[in-house]
Design a protein. Structure first.
Lengths: 115, 117
């Protein structure tokens, strides 16, 4: 079985400050990792994904994430946030075994950027 | 390219009533998913289709929920009868790759927000 834990339910930050949203996963097999963003009253949009290769993954809107296999983490970072980054962010894992091809989501982290 | 379409966007019903949601995936996407997102939680997969066949419905409460994708394109999710705990956002997603492709990217619709009173 696979699972995802997002360590912070809410993260407040001031505009132009750096931010890190933390995600830990659990899986007994190789995994693929994703970060999605959900703006109010909208569906989920893919920010970035890790499939293989370089552990540092760059996504849209200036976000990046680092896959750390030994710590089973996939934290999302942005060096300087904007007001428009205010949204809910979901980490998700897709792996092998009986979970092959299925996305399992974390509980979400609400990022609020203050002026 | 047009995204995943869902309707209605909002629905309010009384408990024990029936409700249906509609989804039209991105053209050419053979795989379609329905998720339930309860407030404060991440989306939970209810059912996934490849073309008009069900691949996985292990998380679907089959005593009250049903879904179909008769022509392998659009899909309908139904709840009959609804309970208070069914209040949630119902998200539809589609992907180009088959559901068992671990790295398939899913594209999500805007969702239908259901409130059961």
């Amino acid at each position: 079985a696979q699972s995802v834990t997002q360590l912070d339910s809410q993260v407040p930050v001031f505009e132009e400050a750096p931010v890190e949203l933390r995600c830990n996963y659990s899986s007994s097999v190789s995994v693929y990792l994703f970060w999605y963003v959900q703006y109010p009253n909208q569906g989920l949009q893919l920010l970035l994904k890790y499939l293989s290769g370089s552990t540092l993954v760059k996504g849209i809107n200036g976000f990046e994430a680092e896959f750390n296999k030994s710590q089973t983490s996939f934290h999302l970072r942005k060096p300087s946030v904007h007001i428009s980054d205010t949204a809910e962010y979901f980490c998700a894992v897709s792996g092998g075994g009986t979970s092959y091809g299925k996305l399992t989501f974390g509980q979400g982290t609400i990022l609020t950027v203050h002026p | 390219e047009a995204g995943v379409a869902q309707s209605p966007r909002y629905k309010i019903i009384e408990k024990r009533q029936s409700v249906a949601f509609w989804c039209n995936p991105i053209s050419g996407h053979a795989t379609l998913y329905w998720y339930q997102q309860i407030l404060g939680q991440g989306p939970k997969l209810l059912i996934q289709f490849q073309n008009n066949g069900v691949v996985d419905d292990s998380q679907l409460p089959k005593d009250r929920f049903s879904a179909e994708r008769l022509k392998g394109v659009d899909s309908t999710l139904k709840i009959q009868p609804a309970k208070l705990e069914d209040s949630a956002v119902y998200l539809c997603a589609s992907s180009f790759l088959p559901p068992l492709a671990a790295n398939n990217e899913q594209f999500f619709g805007p969702g239908t927000r259901l409130t059961v009173l």
